[in-house]
Design a protein. Structure first.
Length: 488
């Protein structure tokens, strides 16, 4: 009914204008009037969208909002940080402006504002990770102004989701989830949150697009796009359908001004449910995999592979004795569907697999040599092999203050790297260290030291500790090898 309302309002105005220019129709008795559901004229073989009564024109989202709004909360966070003057330690400024405490660190309070959704009557709340990240105090304020201190149960930066718990004495209103795979472009949705801190606000729109993967907000780049107005403060709020069910959690907007331009993004409900399930069970969130790395099919690839169009994920490599290998999938195969859902690119494949559970059997459709094939793949958790073996490097060398570890499929998934990556990865870099000033960052890989390839953290620690007048290193910064030449 709601889908026809908006088109109907414009048509209604045209009909009213036409009625004013024509003679009044003959009066008929009530018995002669055609029932409203049968009176719509046919336009192109389809029923007219013109509302047939005043009640139809007055249709409202108010009943949906009345049920859903109490389950959307405001989230206030704060932390105290030490801030040091930029002129601290400067003899000139200390002499003329400073007292005994000139340049001493001063405390400053940082505040953050967001929204959240109550997903259980016991007080489970889901929000965005960026709303609470790094904060020491988290307060949840309900729609009726009750306030609660919240406990952080789980934070998942990969999906930009966090799960909170508040202690309550009575059951709270909560929202249930819709299947985000069943929604369609054009469906009416409502966004509920607290934009700019003005208070709870409801905006309406439609689903503008699905499976948006070119949005670098989180590692799992798969979002619902909507034109419902979303602004700063809406993060973590609910995107609901006209039945009042959550189809997504609002996460970000595309904007050059900071305000809504009608391009907002929400995390699909299937991914949200997976994070909540892990938080409730108290287990670490490890997503299943198929044991393969892949890349997006380009137009040139599609032409070479004789595909109808550039869509799908081409398998680059296979983990030996992994799920894909056991199912008969090979490098060069193009995966086009997972469980009946289309695969547009490698990010879509990662999402479709990641929202399932370990041990699930998933049906994969792929193309090999121009022929479409099917495979049932039993999903497994990525192995932690080899062990990480983290090592903090110390000494008179360029990597002093750097922590490195061995890459495994599971660790690569956590870091958002190719799951089949091997070698030694940078896990941490101390601030103000030589390596940090040279641009070394977590996620970079150390390839070689003084001409010797290093494949494990132990090998790297041994090679970098050798006495040398200079060092030559090769750093993989994400597909690009950068040489380092450092002399004493």
């Amino acid at each position: 009914m709601f889908r026809y309302l908006f088109a109907g309002l414009g048509a209604l105005m045209l009909a009213m204008n036409a009625a004013c220019a024509q003679p009044a129709p003959e009066t008929r008795s009530d018995e002669e009037l055609t029932p409203p559901e049968m009176a719509a004229e046919s336009i192109g073989g389809a029923p007219s969208a013109v509302p047939q009564s005043l009640e139809a024109v007055k249709l409202s989202f108010a009943p949906v909002v009345e049920r859903a709004a109490p389950a959307v909360v405001n989230i206030y966070t704060r932390r105290v940080v030490q801030q040091r003057s930029a002129f601290a330690g400067d003899p000139f400024f200390e002499r003329f402006f400073g007292g005994g405490d000139f340049g001493a660190p001063r405390e400053r309070v940082q505040n953050s504002l967001g929204s959240g959704v109550i997903v259980s009557p016991e007080g489970l709340v889901v929000t965005n990770n960026h709303v609470i990240e790094g904060m020491t105090e988290i307060k949840v304020v309900l729609n009726d102004r009750r306030e609660y201190e919240a406990e952080l149960m789980m934070a998942d930066p990969q999906t930009d989701l966090a799960v909170l718990r508040i202690e309550v004495d009575e059951p709270l209103p909560y929202l249930v989830f819709a299947n985000s795979d069943s929604i369609e472009v054009g469906d009416v949705v409502l966004a509920i949150g607290n934009p700019f801190g003005v208070g709870q606000t409801v905006t309406s729109g439609i689903i503008s697009a699905l499976a948006r993967t070119a949005v670098s907000i989180s590692d799992y780049q798969f979002f619902i796009q909507t034109d419902a107005a979303i602004n700063p403060g809406n993060s973590g709020g609910a995107l609901i359908d006209i039945d009042g069910r959550v189809v997504g959690v609002n996460s970000a907007i595309y904007s050059r001004s900071g305000g809504s331009n009608g391009i907002g993004f929400a995390i699909p409900s299937r991914l949200v449910q997976q994070v909540i399930k892990s938080a409730i069970s108290g287990t670490a969130l490890v997503r299943p995999w198929i044991g393969a790395s892949s890349s997006t099919v380009t137009a040139d690839m599609a032409k070479a592979l004789k595909l109808d169009r550039p869509a799908g994920a081409i398998v680059d490599d296979i983990w030996e004795r992994g799920p894909a290998d056991e199912a008969g999938i090979e490098p060069g195969d193009v995966i086009i569907e997972v469980d009946g859902q289309p695969v547009f690119d490698s990010q879509t494949l990662q999402y479709r697999v990641g929202v399932n559970n370990e041990g699930d059997s998933t049906e994969i459709v792929y193309v090999r040599n121009g022929r479409t094939r099917n495979a049932n793949v039993t999903l497994a958790l990525p192995p932690e092999s080899p062990a990480r073996d983290p090592r903090e490097l110390e000494g008179n060398h360029p990597l002093n203050g750097v922590t490195v570890a061995n890459l495994s499929p599971r660790y690569s998934e956590e870091l958002g790297l190719d799951p089949l990556s091997k070698g030694v990865v940078v896990a941490n870099v101390q601030s103000r260290s030589f390596a940090a000033r040279r641009g070394l960052r977590p996620g970079h890989k150390i390839v070689s030291v003084n001409g010797r390839n290093v494949e494990t953290a132990a090998e790297l620690a041994r090679e970098i500790a050798r006495t040398a007048r200079s060092w030559e290193l090769e750093i993989d910064t994400g597909g690009r090898i950068v040489p380092w030449r450092v002399g004493r």
